[in-house]
Design a protein around this ligand. Structure first.
Ligand code: APR
Length: 408
């Protein structure tokens, strides 16, 4: 379907509320879309299932690529991250063959990450949006997107008091994540769904402890992967690969720290700084991509558009990139009647999504033993070691890594 020129503003009925753009979800994707639309005078609303408190405090990712920071800079959404975020540019690999460090700011494109907890970014984005007069409806769950292939799409919702409601609009930005209403509402056959299960599970841990090293730590160990990622001066994220289906509470704190010490080879490289574990979650590594990222007036961005496993921290960065493209395209359509941006939206995103998926997949294979116990696993293990050796010894391989690791 091609986009419609801007004719009328609202499609109001007595029972329904309306906005030109209905944004589902107040995560990084939805809030970047909403901020950009609001700043351009586009009538929009954000419908969010959770409470404001939950939205502002839910710990997720924390690594922002240089391109993401540039996007947020461009739109005046980056004060907080410049004030409180920390730049980061070193990763350290620990393996059976020793350890090595890569300062990726001195390799490839010479770019760095900014470490800024995602909940802080989301909280900033909400504050900017509300200050600019933006509308958010919390505790409002989108149930389904209706008539997306018509000029009069609508979203049925469950309001905070539990009663049904409906929003009518001209476009719907589906930014409500992998289990949201946007994905659910796609009719059979409307989009192609590419997916892959990597058969890897991480136990994600948030520890009230200062970072133990000045680098992202990736430890490859016969007992499974372990990872270290600084968040703030007193909060550190750790990851432990575990069996799929392990209950997050199955391991005691002591066992977790012992296992982290073991896999990160604390005996050789120094002990980890322990602290109380304040959050645990399980992450099954699954990747998927929907094509196209559109069905009529419904556009997908962020996790709703595709999942990327967290090994390379690309999820939030892709979400911001897609959100900017979508918001600018919606603005062109609604203010100038120009649909070209919307028509190109999916293809433009996908040229960024697939390289990110490819790198993420490469990194998963680098960091994990083959899940199979069959005769091919030892072969895979040798390939993995050869890949790690190339990364340790070859400058061109390191440049390749750096460019993809920090870029989107
Ligand atoms: N109705 C309304 N809101 C919903 C619904 C629904 N049916 N379902 C989910 N939501 C809300 C969630 O409560 C959440 O606030 O949508 C929001 C989705 O936000 P995220 O999950 O953060 O997704 P996104 O904005 O796409 O961010 C993507 O950030 O941390 C990374 O790995 C993460 O890749 C992901 C990225």
């Amino acid at each position: 379907m091609t986009s419609r020129p801007h004719t009328s503003r609202h499609h109001t009925t007595a029972a329904a509320e309306s906005a030109d753009v209905i944004v589902l979800g107040a995560g990084p994707a939805g809030l970047v879309v909403a901020n950009l639309l609001q700043a351009r005078g586009i009538d929009c609303v954000v419908l969010e299932r959770a409470t404001p408190d939950r939205v502002r405090t839910r710990a997720r990712a924390g690594f922002l690529a240089a391109n993401t920071v540039r996007i947020l800079d461009r739109h005046g959404l980056s004060d907080g991250l410049h004030r409180h975020g920390r730049t980061h540019s070193v990763c350290e690999f620990r393996t059976d063959d020793g350890r090595f460090r890569l300062d990726y700011s001195a390799l490839g494109l010479g770019e760095r990450h900014t470490v800024y907890p995602q909940q802080a970014l989301v909280s900033d984005l909400l504050t900017y949006y509300v200050k600019a007069g933006g509308r958010v409806r919390y505790e409002t769950e989108a149930l389904a997107v209706h008539d997306a292939d018509s000029d009069t799409p609508s979203v049925s919702v469950r309001a905070p008091d539990g009663r049904p409601g409906r929003w009518r609009g001209r476009y719907v930005a589906g930014c409500d994540g992998r289990h949201g209403a946007a994905r659910r509402s796609l009719p059979e056959g409307a989009v192609r769904h590419y997916r892959r299960d990597h058969h890897v599970t991480w136990l994600g841990l948030l520890a009230e402890a200062p970072p133990s090293m000045d680098a992202v730590g990736y430890a490859v160990h016969a007992r499974g992967f372990a990872g270290h990622m600084a968040r703030t001066s007193d909060i550190t994220r750790y990851y432990l690969q575990c069996e799929r289906g392990t209950p997050p509470g199955a391991w005691s704190e002591d066992r977790i720290w012992d296992e982290l010490d073991l896999r990160m080879r604390a005996e050789e490289y120094g002990p980890l700084r322990r602290g109380r574990i304040v959050q645990r979650d399980l992450v099954d590594f699954e990747s998927d991509v929907l094509e196209p990222l559109r069905h009529g007036a419904l556009f997908l961005a962020g996790d709703a558009a595709g999942l990327i496993s967290p090994s390379a921290a690309k999820g939030a960065n892709l979400a911001v990139l897609e959100a900017e493209l979508l918001a600018l395209a919606l603005t062109d359509a609604l203010t100038g009647g120009d649909p070209t941006g919307l028509d190109a939206y999916s293809a433009r995103c996908l040229t960024r999504v697939w390289p990110a998926q490819e790198f993420s997949h490469w990194l998963i294979e680098l960091l994990h033993r083959s899940p199979g116990t069959d005769h091919e696993a030892p072969f895979h293990d040798r390939l993995r070691r050869a890949r790690m050796t190339a990364l340790r010894t070859s400058r061109s391989q390191q440049d390749w890594f750096a460019e993809r690791y920090v870029g989107v």
